[in-house]
Design a protein around this ligand. Sequence first.
Ligand code: IPM
Ligand code: MG
Length: 361
Amino acid sequence: MDFNIAVIKGDGIGPEIVDEAVKVLDKAAEKFGHKFHYTRVLMGGESIDTYGVPLTDEAIAECRKNDAVLLGSIGGDAAVSPWYKLEPQLRPEAGLLKLRKSLGLFANLRPAYLYDELRAACPLRDDIIGDKGVDLVIVRELTGGLYFGERKTFVADGLKTAVDTLSYNENEIRRICRKGFEIAMKRRKKLTSVDKANVLDSSRLWRSIVEETAKDFPEVEYSHMLVDNCAMQLVRDPGQFDVVLTENMFGDILSDEASEIAGSLGMLPSASLNETGFGMYEPSHGSAPDIAGTGKANPLATILSAAMLLRYSLNLDKEADAVENAVSSVLKDGLRTGDIMSDGMKLLSCSQMGDAVADRI
Ligand code: IPM
Ligand code: MG
């Protein structure tokens, strides 16, 4: 079959990791008799340099026309990049947030899986990982909360003051809860909802909607956990988690922590979905401007994101399995990029890693 994919390479290491994911997608297409048509779309720093804004209306419209969006990473080094001299709403990250919001991508799935072969790259002691290993998915709300509430900076009583607002309505919470429980049903049927209900009203509302949703999923064993405790439990006993359901900001923070436990930020893919299954797929890591162009980037998170694209937006399960199995087999064969390197393994560049995965499909 023919499919259309919008491709946003982005900034920093974005272009190099996306090239490898496209290489792998094309190999899967060839193998399974499909054709992928790619349309390049600009967002982030590259869009600022070309159009003066991080995201144009045309770019949003183009993404909508496709079956899915594949994204690398956006942004630069805030200390030196001219993009960060611009007003906040004109910076690269504003483009990403606007695109998520415009496409209605409220559900962000971030699976953190520790491959046996990467245990040496996991910073936790072996006895903490134990036999259970790490296999969890963070289901992060992506279009509400602090990221999208009203914010302003002003002077009050002669003092510079800034306000950010954390707001959720029940419908926004309900749809992400439903998504979390649905995903739990397809996994080990265990869900931990993470909040700060001992302090925040928005968390107390969140809890009540979780309770309400849970009634429709009697098979799912669920519990509530405060976010500070969750941050601690993730490093104390990560094997206890299956689905971690949480709001936007908590999910941002916990997913970086979870990815490090899974060996490297360079291993963690993500899918951001709307109500219809349309999605944008991107690694959970940033644009790593310090290593851009050196060939040191790990393309596996983007390649695994492409696998999620095949599974969730194109309904190509076999093809997705093939990509994920190819990644496992690369790791079994001892092939590594620098971030997951350990003794006795073979060090590959970004494009060699892409080749290695493509060869195994
Ligand atoms: C992520 C990133 C973004 C976020 C940034 C770049 C705005 O950290 O996708 O986790 O905070 O959502
Ligand atoms: Mg983040």
